[in-house]
Write a protein that binds this ligand. Structure first.
Ligand code: PRX
Length: 634
């Protein structure tokens, strides 16, 4: 059951970190036990009260419609638009002059946008999209680095009722093409170039490659980041500045039904084809607003930095939408936290007086390796609260984060959630006692459990499958154009329970310890990638006949990929071929699918029905017991 060997380590972890008087003073939820109990007694009432904190154009008839479960509907017939809550409602209030976005780039550029400026920019682009005949329900793909225009583009789409689909800019042209084709996107928004680790990335060139022959793309909007020359196709491509310069800076916000789609975000699953996870306006805004405010103890003048990329769900929910709904300042950073020096992130914390820092264990581990001297060059005194997301945080990294970065005064919110859940699901509230390495307890109103393969709860300390027992407002509604896949992926294994596909256990105090994904999805540096996706990329190389990919524990990235490859007749194993296949994977999927090791083999362990048994491959690789091998063909 132990995927990474974490179980044993984590079980030994008992020390409780109690909140200080200062933390308690700031805590939004002071009575965490009573709050959880109350919400769990009546989750619908809890979510209704959360919804009432936001503005709606028309009130809902019912909080939840579960008549067609698991196709749940929330705030039935409610009328709203998330952008109204992110921007419109701040206009005419003192918030309009507050800084909404602070942006800094590796390229040396910086920008600050007040709420009023952001509102106007969004309106201009929204009008520009209308000019290009984008209508409610149309899909707009966004392929951009971490720049303010990413947020502007998302908000402009949502404002007019179009559905955005941000594709992480680390994905290859092929991966972008697959996502554009699946959703039949009408518009693609990109930039001339992007910046990463001092390198220039040819974004427009990648996009041209991705959409050559695309049946759906009608226009490409190109942001001039560096103003370099890029080929522009007549009647298809248009520069962003040219498009918006003549547009008015007011635009009516489209009245949406609570259940109208807001965005599609593709995520990896057990098959080679990524799933288009669909989120909607109403429930999504309620879920992320309530979790953001309560988990991060948000204060009116907070400067908040989430280091994720807007191309992932963390960026959608907690860089763009939730911070803007709360009217705080959100920091966007186009760069890497250890470039040009390992203290870049700490330098930024001091420079912008960041109060809340939300980052990932892989980054904490990487920065920890450079030693304490780098963070110690900076005061970090503005920090009040720290967050972690994306993968299990090992106790050693947790303690370092707590002591060296948080100076033992900042509580750490280890937040467990997924693209599909839309919002944080398991996380401490700052008033709770913490344990290093545990995401602690489900958020109020969420009922999570660890079960065996029959869906029965397992005793404390025993590992099992993490499931969610009741619906929540920001849950995914379906897989785009594939409701059957929604049912099969999330609801088939344990009838009536949402299957997270994560492995976990609870300790005697009821705290959850997440161990990682089930066997078919890797988490490399916190990025989800399907084993099958990498296998499929490998076998599209001319020399590869078959491939089996496994994840191995990695001290910094959490997990790294190793591929076992059977070559086609006529090809001989060589280091050159290994390099070629690695490059091929990169060009098919992008740098996030980096496969550290490739080994050529003559045979792969398979079931009688021909399915590769990755579990057996992995056990062999790690020198572990392969468990039940009765299904092996030979
Ligand atoms: O395995 C869990 C891991 O990340 C998966 C979700 O990945 P994704 O949809 O890309 O979203 C990542 C950001 C929300 C989960 O199934 N995961 C996420 N947060 C944690 C985590 N594992 C352990 N602890 C966490 N705090």
């Amino acid at each position: 059951m132990s995927k990474t060997g974490l179980t044993e380590v984590l079980l030994n972890e008992k020390k409780l970190y109690k909140p200080s008087a200062k933390v308690l003073k700031h805590a939004k939820v002071k009575q965490w036990k009573a709050t959880i109990d109350k919400a769990n007694k009546d989750p619908l009432k809890f979510w209704e009260e959360a919804a009432e904190e936001l503005e709606w154009y028309g009130r809902w008839h019912d909080i939840l419609d579960d008549s067609d479960a698991p196709f749940f509907k929330w705030f039935v017939n409610g009328k709203c638009n998330i952008v109204h809550n992110c921007l419109d409602r701040h206009i005419g209030t003192p918030t309009e002059n507050k800084t909404a976005i602070i942006w800094e780039s590796d390229s040396g550029k910086r920008r600050k946008l007040t709420y009023k400026q952001l509102y106007k920019e969004v309106n201009k682009l929204a009008n520009g999209l209308k000019f290009l005949k984008v209508r409610k329900g149309d899909r707009v793909a966004i392929y951009l680095q971490n720049i303010p225009e990413t947020a502007i583009a998302m908000l402009a789409c949502a404002k007019i009722g179009a559905v955005h689909s941000v594709v992480y800019a680390g994905y290859s042209a092929n991966a972008l093409r697959e996502r554009i084709d699946d959703q039949a996107a009408k518009i693609l928004i990109t930039s001339d170039v992007g910046h990463r680790r001092g390198k220039i990335i040819d974004m427009k060139w990648l996009c041209d490659k991705a959409i050559s022959g695309s049946p759906s793309i009608q226009h490409v909007i190109v942001i001039r980041q560096d103003g370099v020359h890029v080929p522009m196709k007549m009647n298809r491509d248009i520069f962003y500045d040219a498009l918006v310069e003549t547009q008015p800076d007011v635009c009516k916000t489209e009245v949406m039904d609570a259940e109208d789609p807001l965005f599609i975000l593709y995520t990896s699953g057990t098959t080679a084809k990524p799933k288009g996870v669909v989120h909607v306006h109403g429930g999504y805004m309620v879920g992320i607003h309530r979790t953001f405010e309560w988990i991060f103890d948000v204060k009116e003048n907070d400067i908040y930095w989430c280091t994720a990329d807007p191309g992932w769900i963390t960026g959608h929910s907690y860089i763009v939408y939730a911070p803007l709904m709360s009217g705080v300042t959100t920091v966007m950073f186009e760069g890497v936290p250890d470039y040009p020096k390992p203290d870049r992130i700490w330098r930024l914390v001091d420079k912008y007086k960041i109060n809340i820092l939300y980052t990932a264990p892989t980054l904490i581990r990487a920065l920890m390796r450079y030693g304490d001297s780098w963070p110690k060059k900076h005061s970090l005194k503005s920090l009040r609260l720290l967050g972690s997301v994306g993968e299990p945080i090992n106790p050693e990294a947790w303690r370092w984060y707590h002591k060296v970065i948080g100076k033992s005064r900042c509580p750490i919110m280890d937040t467990w959630w997924q693209t599909e859940t839309g919002m944080i699901m398991i996380s401490p509230l700052s008033s709770m006692p913490l344990k290093a390495g545990s995401a602690t307890l489900p958020f109020p109103g969420i009922q999570a459990e660890v079960v065996d393969k029959n869906g029965k709860p397992v005793p404390a300390g025993k590992g099992g499958y993490l499931v969610i027992k009741n619906p929540w407002p920001s849950m995914l509604r379906t897989v785009f154009k594939n409701p059957q896949r929604y049912l099969d992926t999330y609801w088939k294994d344990f009838p009536g329970l949402y299957n997270t596909d994560d492995l976990a256990h609870k300790d005697k105090g009821g705290y959850f310890w997440i161990q990682g994904r089930g066997d078919d999805v890797l988490s490399i540096a916190g990025h989800r990638i399907g084993n099958a996706e990498i296998e499929s990329a490998i076998v599209s190389h001319k020399a590869a006949a078959e491939a089996g990919v496994i994840g191995k524990p990695h001290p910094v990235k959490g997990e790294s990929a190793k591929a076992f490859v059977i070559l086609k007749k006529g090809y001989e194993p060589s280091d050159k071929l290994i390099d070629e296949i690695k490059k091929h994977i990169r060009s098919e999927l992008g740098p996030i699918a980096i496969t550290d090791e490739i080994e050529f083999v003559d045979k792969l362990p398979k079931t009688r029905s021909g399915k590769i048994m990755r579990r057996v491959l992995k056990a062999w690789e790690l020198g572990q017991d392969a468990g039940d091998t009765s299904a092996l063909a030979d």
